[in-house]
Ligand binder design. Sequence first.
Ligand code: FES
Length: 109
Amino acid sequence: MRLHDKHVLMCTGPRCTADGQQAETVFLALGQAIDACPGLRVKRTRSRCFAVCKQGPVMVVYPEGVWYRQVDIDAARRIVDEHLLQGRPVEALIFHRLGQGDVDGETKA
Ligand code: FES
């Protein structure tokens, strides 16, 4: 396996979008955006359900543990540019943070 600094997981499960089709399209666009930045060392993986289906398409970036919701193609490109390249998570799209909980204050124990 190639060396990577970050791991992006994207749900392409059946409930985030109709049969995961929109999410799959975003996943492919995400790969193109990552590949366009040769300096990035990012592993990208499809996942099935994260059990937060109403907020899909859902993407998670590790090691930060930042959870993004409603990620369309424009959002995926923005996450690549701002978060993966520049190290600034896209606050407007984040709904959960590893170790901190939900950003809307509805963290469940
Ligand atoms: S199908 Fe995507 S989170 Fe459930």
